[in-house]
Design a protein around this ligand. Structure first.
Ligand code: URA
Length: 246
């Protein structure tokens, strides 16, 4: 026998910090509609601190970001993955068994380059998944993001589960484009998650205005951007630090 069930973040044993649950009454309030989960987990803080330290060598930075990614994806899985119930025979009897629903694979969308690091362990968290890469590059003068690689499927169904990974959500330019790309191909915002290491208020305001139903997971919300569009204090250029480039 089998039946479907889905887990929900409200059954979480510890309460994630949730930015906003109430519906906005004006555009200015819109950011308060979007939920940003910041897991108050000691390992999230630990790996975030390693990543923030400017003296952390590239290899250790990359490992820390991969661990952060795994922890954030794990949190995200709790509210996204659907399960099916069966029975299994153990060596000593019969047990109720719950598996991740194989008919509901997760599409993981890393935004190159730095998104790759965040999803390095995604296969451990999402046993049934595929990875569809998107490449965006930011013009350092205008801070505008433009796409240079598109490996998204031509069409999603509205049931498809999509997890976007973009470690540094600063101005929101890239993240807005990527969420739009995914929705334009037919995904339903209710089944889309955006996972990042650090985000900042300018991006949250813009994302909240564009996608009030979006759910985000972030290790940290930092206060501001500098004049080059970097998050302060942030962790610098995540792609360069992960890959040892300048
Ligand atoms: N991209 C990065 O890698 N770091 C930032 O602080 C902002 C954008």
């Amino acid at each position: 026998s089998s039946s479907s069930s889905s887990s929900s973040s409200s059954s979480s044993s510890w309460a994630p910090k949730l930015v906003g649950l109430c519906r906005a009454t004006s555009k200015e309030d819109a950011r308060m509609q979007m939920a940003v989960y910041v897991p108050p987990h000691p390992l999230v803080k630990h790996f975030m601190s390693i990543a923030r330290n400017k003296d952390t060598p590239s290899a250790a930075f990359r490992s820390a970001m991969a661990e952060l990614g795994r922890l954030l994806l794990y949190e995200c899985a709790k509210d996204l993955l659907q399960t099916v119930d069966f029975e299994v025979e153990t060596p000593c009897g019969v047990a109720e068994a719950t598996f991740v629903d194989p008919s509901k694979p997760v599409t993981v969308v890393p935004v190159l380059r730095a998104g790759l690091v965040l999803v390095e362990q995604a296969h451990l968290v999402f046993p049934i998944s595929r990875t569809c890469h998107l490449g965006y590059v930011r013009d350092e003068e205008t801070l505008e993001a433009s796409m240079y690689l598109d490996r998204l499927p031509k069409q999603f169904t509205s049931d498809d589960l999509v997890v976007i990974a973009d470690p540094m959500v600063a101005t929101g330019g890239t993240a807005i484009n990527v969420v739009r790309d995914v929705l334009d191909r037919g995904a339903d915002i209710k089944n889309v998650r955006l996972v990042c290491a650090v985000c900042a208020p300018p991006a949250l305001t813009k994302l909240g205005e564009e996608f009030p139903e979006l759910i985000m997971y972030s290790a940290m919300i930092d206060p501001e951007l500098n004049d080059k569009g970097y998050i302060v204090p942030g962790l610098g250029d995540a792609g360069d630090r992960a890959y040892g480039t300048e």
